[in-house]
Design a protein. Structure first.
Length: 294
């Protein structure tokens, strides 16, 4: 072999302290968020139940120490938009996590977003949105990796809700609360007609906020005479039908998404003063929507 010809490549023999060599190599912190003295932590929430959220952060300061920080944030239980601002220590942000510290929380009930803020809240100069998601049980949400969702993205919380029984001669209504979005799964109400002779025909309606404007109406397939009690059910992706003498099924659209302050009702053609509706019982999927800041 010529002296000009390179020999075969060789690898260093394994040694037991290779891991120690790696640990002694100078490494920069992995996360890339440096927190200055002007940066603060902005916590925002939309909630429909009573809860307390604990937010924990870890920062590495100039002398290499890791400093833990804890903050408490209380969402509104009335779907109001709540913001709190918290001071931070200068250094490299390593992680942030949020989880309920009080109250039982299902997905769709408490939405939390955490950001780094520079300046004032009025300036809305957010340096970085770290994460935004619904809380669920005792499972933390956090950064990294930092999933960012809108409050109407993904599954909501399933709720059984009821309206109020109207006075005789009036139709029942059910309103979507302000700050909520509903997907209507099913509705149920009964109509007991009085002795006044007339053929009544109820229709299920969806009226969409802000007016609210009539967006959907489906009448029953048969009339209801005097002195009868009929149970009316409405469901998504079902065909209207009469189910025996005392029950009627009405269709709802498969994707009935209603913003806050929309109205669900039964409108009865030829309703009489002695007719009596029950309250509307409904199964809905609910999400929080941006409401009034507090």
């Amino acid at each position: 072999m010529s002296s000009m010809t390179p020999g075969p490549a060789t690898r260093p023999a394994p040694s037991g302290d290779q891991g120690l060599l790696w640990s002694r190599a100078p490494l920069a912190p992995a996360p890339a968020l440096y927190v200055t003295r002007d940066d603060r932590l902005l916590i925002r929430s939309l909630g429909s139940v009573a809860a307390v959220v604990e937010v924990r952060a870890r920062l590495q300061v100039a002398d290499g120490q890791v400093v833990p920080l804890r903050f408490t944030h209380t969402p509104s239980s009335s779907r109001a938009f709540v913001s709190t601002i918290h001071e931070l220590t200068e250094g490299v942000l390593l992680s942030v996590a949020a989880e309920p510290s009080a109250g039982t929380v299902e997905r769709g009930e408490v939405f939390v977003s955490v950001s780094l803020l520079r300046g004032t809240l009025a300036d809305n100069d957010s340096a970085a949105v770290l994460f935004a998601d619904y809380l669920l049980g005792s499972l933390p949400r956090g950064w990294p990796p930092g999933r960012v969702l809108s409050s109407v993205e993904g599954p909501g919380v399933m709720l059984a809700v009821s309206g109020v029984a109207p006075a005789d001669g009036n139709d029942p209504t059910l309103s979507v609360p302000a700050g909520a979005r509903w997907r209507v799964v099913s509705l149920f109400a009964t109509l007991a007609t009085g002795a006044t002779a007339a053929n009544r025909r109820p229709a299920v309606r969806l009226r969409v906020a802000p007016t609210p404007t009539l967006a959907y109406q489906a009448p029953a397939l048969s009339d209801q005479a005097a002195s009868l009690t009929v149970a009316y059910s409405a469901g998504a992706a079902t065909a209207g039908q009469v189910v025996g003498a005392g029950a009627s099924l009405l269709p709802l659209p498969a994707a009935a998404l209603l913003p806050g302050e929309s109205v669900i009702d039964f409108a009865t053609l030829n309703i009489q003063t002695d007719d009596r509706w029950s309250a509307i019982d409904a199964l809905v999927e609910e999400w929080a929507e941006l409401g009034t800041a507090s």
